[in-house]
Design a protein around this ligand. Structure first.
Ligand SMILES: Cc1cc2nc3c(=O)[nH]c(=O)nc-3n(C[C@H](O)[C@H](O)[C@H](O)COP(=O)(O)OP(=O)(O)OC[C@H]3O[C@@H](n4cnc5c(N)ncnc54)[C@H](O)[C@@H]3O)c2cc1C
Length: 401
């Protein structure tokens, strides 16, 4: 196993730059679509397998075990990482899912272009009537010889406009209960019959799109997993998504080594909010945000320690996600409020984070759904009533979990 110094020497040789102490955390893609820096970073790290150390070397990793990967991850955080958000579905969700469920041919075809940044993936799960109730997916896939014909609509598809491939959950059998009639496909986003229509959010970002599929043809060779096993493939994707959302990724958290006050809090202090008559109120609020952040940091550290033992991400990732959302919101709202009326101006620093914060509670499964998962699968509390579990999807009341 490489020492930290050895890793640093190799990363320096690969041309990676050290992170400046004042470099801020990523805004999860909001406001930045700098595809080129992400691609350049991935292209620079792929030969050494640094960005994806646990992946096999032939696919752009270095075959590291989880302890070695955790050590590399710690050193990597000392380096400037561009906002990899546009690539994160491929790197953090589609890639690991293909390693688990993909055929050897699929792994050969898709993994290396994910690792080197040449092909972006998107996740086509949600539909107008299938969000929290994801198993209600209605987009149809019908077999036609060696191909499938896909018809229906997806929505909220992050970065679909940049994606070369879409991981698409489709209904292949409406006559069995909803979880059993689903199958996962990879869709060529540039194929005839695939229409991507970007939507504008309140933070000004065109983060996600509606995607309409009308008779889009998908070869059977691009089916991921057996017919009817789409739900279990989707669960693998979602477990990775929650683990990802619970992490503090990219560009670091703006915290220099040895610095006592986190950067985001130092910024609030610099505004003078903690002084004068109202100072005590702001200090109390700031301490609340600091405690929330510490809870998120420690939860993420626990998840990372679990990951270092080689365990696949499980339901506890929902806890890390909820904490991370609380942290993001506490920091974004404090920074905005401490600036008074100026904080509401479009061009003030922190506006993107402020306008992005509400979406954190929705993407990757809402706070309520994460808490349901924690209640049922971590704490062992009684499950919600599920009235349509054994009813064929075609005859079930829709939108009932
Ligand atoms: C920024 C962003 C990016 C996204 N990117 C993607 C993507 O790339 N791909 C993709 O497929 N999807 C994506 N999504 C969609 C996201 O996964 C869904 O929005 C989310 O799962 C909620 O579904 P919904 O919007 O249909 O809300 P609904 O499911 O209709 O929920 C509405 C409200 O009811 C609550 N609720 C629903 N059921 C329950 C229950 N059983 N118990 C308690 N409360 C409940 C919810 O918490 C929520 O508050 C993205 C969303 C956002 C905001």
């Amino acid at each position: 196993m490489l020492t930290d110094e050895g890793t640093r020497a190799e990363l320096d040789a690969a041309g990676l730059e050290r992170r400046r102490p004042d470099q801020r955390m990523t805004t999860m893609g909001a406001g930045s679509d700098d595809l080129e820096s992400g691609r350049a970073y991935l292209a620079a790290t792929v030969a050494g397998g640094w960005a994806l150390p646990t992946w096999p070397a032939e696919f752009g990793g270095r075959g590291a075990d989880s302890a070695e990967a955790a050590a590399i991850g710690r050193v990597l955080r000392e380096y400037a990482v561009p906002d990899l958000y546009p690539y994160s579905i491929g790197l953090g969700m589609a890639g690991p899912t293909l390693l688990t469920h993909g055929t050897p041919d699929q792994q050969q075809k898709w993994l290396r272009p994910i690792a080197d940044g040449s092909e972006i993936w998107c996740q086509m799960f949600s539909e107008p009537e299938a969000g929290s109730d994801l198993a209600n997916v209605a987009l149809r896939a019908e077999r036609d010889g060696d191909e499938w014909l896909l018809d229906g609509q997806k929505v909220w598809t992050s970065r679909a406009m940049w994606a070369v491939w879409g991981l698409c959950l489709a209904r292949t059998d409406p006559e069995v209960p909803k979880h059993k009639g689903l199958t996962m496909f990879a869709v060529d986003m540039g194929a005839p019959g695939v229409d991507v229509r970007p939507l504008v959010q309140m933070n000004g970002d065109k983060h996600f799109s509606e995607v309409f599929l009308s008779g889009a043809r998908v070869p059977d060779a691009w089916r991921i997993g057996d017919v009817g096993t789409g739900w279990s493939v989707a669960m693998t994707v979602l477990a990775h998504e929650r683990a990802l959302a619970g992490e503090s990724r990219g560009g670091g958290d703006g915290q220099a080594r040895g610095q006592r006050l986190p950067r985001w809090l130092a910024d609030v202090a610099a505004l003078g909010a903690f002084e004068g008559d109202g100072g005590a109120v702001w200090r109390e609020r700031a301490m609340g945000a600091l405690l929330t952040s510490e809870a998120a940091r420690l939860t993420a550290a626990r998840s990372a320690a679990e990951a270092a033992t080689g365990k696949a991400p499980g339901p506890a990732g929902s806890g890390a996600k909820v904490r991370r959302v609380d942290q993001y919101k506490a920091q974004a709202y404090l920074a905005k409020d401490a600036q008074g009326a100026t904080g509401m101006l479009d061009d003030h620093e922190g506006q993107v984070e402020f306008m992005t914060a509400p979406s954190m509670s929705i993407r990757g499964g809402t706070d309520e759904i994460q808490r349901n998962i924690l209640g049922e699968r971590v704490l062992g509390l009684p499950g919600e009533p599920r009235v349509d579990r054994d009813v064929p999807w075609s005859r079930a009341r829709k939108g009932v979990i």
